[in-house]
Design a protein around this ligand. Structure first.
Ligand code: SAM
Length: 330
């Protein structure tokens, strides 16, 4: 293995998020416009071989955690094949996937068979009407069926359910989602709404903080904090009576940039060193021009040396990222 991948502020990079497509079959209000976005052309999207090569080079520098995302990763054809290729890459010891879950009932089995070991399913409401309101799709039953299917595979753990926390919407969802965490083997996590919506309507006062949601849950069920890994983005809590776990990812109210150990690869082969980057580093052109692994590693090291110190959401003059969430890969 070559030297670890360290940024200009001394943080070691251990984790890569790979967007396998910019396309999505949902139109979540906090992410995409109703009419969708202009999709990448097929030839602009990295092939499985190109993705796996980048993963292999990164794994050689100590990046051992890979998460597949999108857009909606399950709409990429033959995704289990990519999972198999990445799972077989030396140095990758944690391979996970973030999905809206709507195709999971069909794909859980082949994904597990290919080597997937962890899954996050996004779910913002347990009411059919409100689910359709937020995602602009009537698909709650399919998502719940996908989760049920995932439960059948004990190798696929933990199952995390992610909910974007938006003031004026999520408060009403909290009791049912907390109940879900108590009844099912799912860790339900609330993620603060970030200014990454394509419609650019985000306002600071729409962020429902993790602390506020915790207080709402504790009105009914006391919680006990569980120690988390230093690099973890989530604060973890178990129900005091032992019936399950919830988590809070608070990038706006309690930024965790100082322990950030991740970088991102967009579907079109741009390396991003921060969710809120204004600058990207093209890996696709050099890959297609025939760079060596060593040249690729050097390019990546150079980009990572310029990783942003922190996001500046809470600072005056904050400038939004150069792309929205679904185009980056959340
Ligand atoms: N389609 C997949 C899914 O739904 O999980 C993967 C991609 S999606 C962009 C990844 C995560 O980003 C989802 O949990 C989604 O809810 C979250 N997300 C999208 N826009 C967001 C925003 N503006 N603020 C916070 N989270 C957001």
């Amino acid at each position: 293995m070559s030297a670890p991948l360290v940024d200009g502020w001394g943080r070691e990079i251990k984790s890569l998020r790979v967007s396998v497509t910019d396309r999505c079959n949902f139109r979540c209000r906090y992410c995409m416009p109703a009419e969708g976005l202009e999709w990448l052309r097929r030839d602009e999207v990295l092939s499985f071989e190109e993705i796996t090569r980048i993963v292999r080079v990164l794994a050689g520098m100590g990046v051992n955690e890979i998460r597949l995302t999108g857009g909606e990763p399950l709409v990429r054809r033959d995704l289990p094949q990519l999972v198999e290729m990445i799972a077989a890459t030396p140095g990758v010891d944690d391979l996970s996937l973030t999905t809206n879950g709507v195709l999971l009932d069909r794909l859980a089995a082949p994904l597990v068979q290919a080597g997937l070991r962890r899954i996050n399913v996004s779910l913002d409401s347990l009411s059919h009407v409100r689910f359709a309101e937020i995602t602009r799709r009537d698909a709650l039953d399919r998502v719940l069926a996908g989760l049920e299917e995932a439960e059948h595979y004990p190798e696929l753990r933990p199952i995390k359910v992610n909910c974007v926390a938006i003031r004026g919407f999520t408060e009403e969802e909290v009791p049912a989602l907390a109940e879900l965490a108590r009844q099912k083997p799912y860790i339900v996590r609330f993620i603060e709404f970030m200014p990454l919506d394509a419609d650019e309507t985000w306002r600071g006062d729409e962020v429902l903080t993790g602390e506020e949601i915790r207080a709402l849950i504790e009105e009914r069920w006391p919680l006990v904090e569980v120690p988390a890994k230093a690099s973890s983005t989530a604060k973890r809590f178990r129900f005091a009576d032992g019936a399950g776990e919830v988590g809070f990812v608070n990038p706006v109210s309690e930024p965790f940039c100082s322990s950030c150990d991740r970088i991102r690869l967009t579907a079109d082969g741009e390396l991003r060193t921060c969710l809120f980057s204004r600058r990207e580093w093209d890996l696709k052109a050099p890959l297609r021009d025939g760079v060596s692994d060593e040249q690729l590693a050097n390019l990546i090291r150079w980009a990572v040396r310029h990783k942003e110190l922190k996001h500046r959401i809470n600072e005056p003059g904050f400038v939004r990222a150069s792309r929205s969430m679904s185009q980056i890969g959340g």
